[in-house]
Design a protein around this ligand. Structure first.
Ligand code: SF4
Length: 212
């Protein structure tokens, strides 16, 4: 594998360089599988008149918290340029799937929202095929897959200095409302000092900080 191949960075996270040929072979198999899955899921997302970037944007807007429903956060999340994201948002707006509203607390900021048609479209998300396939192996492999893929993702994000994104309940800045760590009904954001209710707590945040 040439050193200039961007997937070389992924191999580095899975054991290449350790001098152990079995680890190296395993790392390369993981890379091939991830790459093929990525290509397959991308193909799946040319559906219902949308392309993969448009589906990703719809999903992000549905899942993002109030600090993150902006074109800038979306560009950061997708690893795309602001120009590319702008084209995606224009396409979604012209299809009547999203709207841009001014934030009540700061009228200069834009909040991206799904319309009713956007929510209906999201119910037809082609990635449900992958969800169904994953459900079938979840009992056997689900927890290990989540652990392994999460570590890979965090490692690559950290190497490339990319924002992690994540949810309050896993964030090192989240403070639960009571002294009891088992009470996860709501809390406070340690970054803004604002209250986080139960609905916001499970949404994706651009300011997320991982717990090490
Ligand atoms: S606690 Fe963390 S994830 Fe939640 S809003 Fe604050 S910075 Fe974002």
């Amino acid at each position: 594998m040439p050193i200039t191949d961007p997937l070389h960075a992924l191999a580095g996270t899975t054991g290449i360089g350790s001098g152990q040929s079995e680890k190296t072979a395993l790392a390369q198999r993981v890379i091939i599988l991830l790459d093929r899955l990525g290509r397959l899921t991308r193909e799946l997302q040319f559906a219902n008149g949308l392309n993969p970037a448009q589906w990703e944007a719809l999903r992000f807007i549905a899942q993002a918290n109030k600090y993150s429903r902006s074109p800038t956060a979306l560009a950061d999340y997708l690893g795309a340029t602001k120009g590319t994201v702008s084209q995606t948002l224009i396409a979604l707006e012209s299809k009547g799937l999203i709207t841009r509203c001014k934030k009540t607390e700061d009228r200069r900021q834009v909040d991206l929202c799904l319309t009713e048609a956007g929510q209906t479209m999201l119910a037809k998300d082609p990635m449900q095929t992958l969800e169904q396939a994953t459900l079938e192996i979840a009992d056997e492999l689900g927890i290990q897959m989540v652990k392994g893929l999460t570590r890979l993702l965090h490692d690559l994000q950290s190497r490339n200095q990319i924002n992690e994104f994540g949810v309050c309940q896993d964030c090192s800045l989240f403070c639960v409302n009571t002294q009891s760590v088992t009470d996860l009904t709501g809390g406070t954001c340690g970054n803004t000092g604002e209250a986080v209710d139960t609905a916001e707590k499970t949404k994706i945040c651009i300011n997320y900080k991982t717990t090490n």
